[in-house]
Design a protein around this ligand. Structure first.
Ligand SMILES: Cc1cc2nc3c(=O)[nH]c(=O)nc-3n(C[C@H](O)[C@H](O)[C@H](O)COP(=O)(O)OP(=O)(O)OC[C@H]3O[C@@H](n4cnc5c(N)ncnc54)[C@H](O)[C@@H]3O)c2cc1C
Length: 296
């Protein structure tokens, strides 16, 4: 167990009663307020169940240069803690946390700092994909970094019309992809709107990944898509990725069957908007929240 050093800046938080109650529900999806809690969740809840951890410090669209620097330092700290605690895992970072909203080069330089650190420690870095405003720049940053660092991967969203051609380009460059459906509200001109279309495109992109020689991740909780991946995936190197607190039994079944499974674990003071998104995804989660508030 690590000695507990000074708390990371995300810890400085005076929660009100209502926030404390909400946080009790949110704990299903987020690890806590600071990097130390995230590391302990990764070691105790995730690694001990045979899964790898992907740690994300919550936050996005940062336009203040000082906050961007603090975020870079948070991720550097997180990587040190992963190493020191012997956690099997890595970090996943949103480009707009590292300055993409400010300017492209700031973001690229910040990612280079993290990538250099990751290489020193033998760790992997995932780049999350955000709204369509940043897709072009995020892919360019990824491919730029990938020329120097091969232990990095990029999320690609199946709801975007453009993703098949992006994926082809990334595969040809040797890149490593995490395939997701996509989580942002986008204008109809950019996305497949119907669930069936998003799933069909997911399947198409998944086939492209299975036909490539590159390492990749199937990041979904959808049973049909997971079954398809299992049937396509014999003798292929890939992993399943799911979010903390969602489909926990399925994760363990996949581990039992011998698949590599990683759990995405967010943490930080921005836990509320993230948890609200998880709650709104499913009616049953809303009931869970109401029940937990009534029981107080
Ligand atoms: C590891 C990981 C990384 C991700 N990274 C990104 C990223 O970089 N960029 C991005 O845009 N999106 C990202 N996402 C989110 C993704 O785009 C989807 O919004 C999200 O995964 C929901 O889609 P789904 O494929 O799981 O299918 P869904 O059809 O939404 O869900 C399938 C099933 O999973 C269960 N389920 C789903 N959500 C919940 C919930 N909240 N509570 C309980 N059960 C639930 C239900 O049983 C549901 O029927 C990521 C997702 C994962 C798993």
């Amino acid at each position: 167990m690590l000695a507990r050093p000074a708390p990371s800046y995300s810890h400085n938080y005076d929660a009100s009663l209502i926030e404390r109650l909400l946080f009790r529900v949110a704990k299903r999806w987020v690890a806590g307020y600071n990097a130390h809690e995230a590391i302990e969740a990764a070691a105790i809840d995730t690694n001990s169940h045979g899964m790898s951890a992907i740690l994300n410090f919550l936050g996005e669209d940062i336009t203040d240069a000082k906050l961007v620097d603090m975020t870079v330092n948070e991720y550097l700290l997180l990587m040190d803690l992963i190493h020191a605690r012997g956690v099997h895992g890595c970090v996943s970072v949103k480009p707009t946390q590292l300055g993409l909203t400010i300017d492209y080069n700031t973001c690229l330089q910040n990612f280079s700092r993290l990538a250099a650190k990751a290489r020193e420690l033998g760790q992997f870095i995932w780049l999350d994909m955000e709204s369509v405003k940043s897709t072009e720049d995020t892919i360019a940053i990824y491919l730029d970094l990938y020329k120097q660092y091969d232990m990095i991967g990029l999320a690609v969203q199946s709801y975007l019309h453009r993703s098949a051609s992006d994926l082809l380009h990334i595969i040809e460059s040797g890149g490593k992809v995490r395939l997701v459906k996509g989580a942002y509200h986008e204008a109809e001109e950019h996305v497949f709107v119907k669930d069936e279309e998003v799933n069909a495109n997911y399947l198409k992109l998944m086939k492209m990944l299975f036909e490539s020689d590159n390492y990749f991740a199937i990041a979904t909780h959808n049973s049909d898509l997971i079954e398809e991946a299992i049937s396509m995936g014999k003798n292929t190197k890939f992993e399943f990725q799911m979010l903390k607190g969602i489909r926990d039994e399925l994760k363990l079944e996949l581990v039992k069957k011998g698949f590599v499974v990683s759990e995405y674990i967010p943490y930080g003071s921005q836990w509320l908007p993230y948890s609200v998104r998880r709650i709104m995804e499913r009616k049953r989660n809303l009931l869970l929240l109401v029940r937990s508030l009534i029981q107080q």
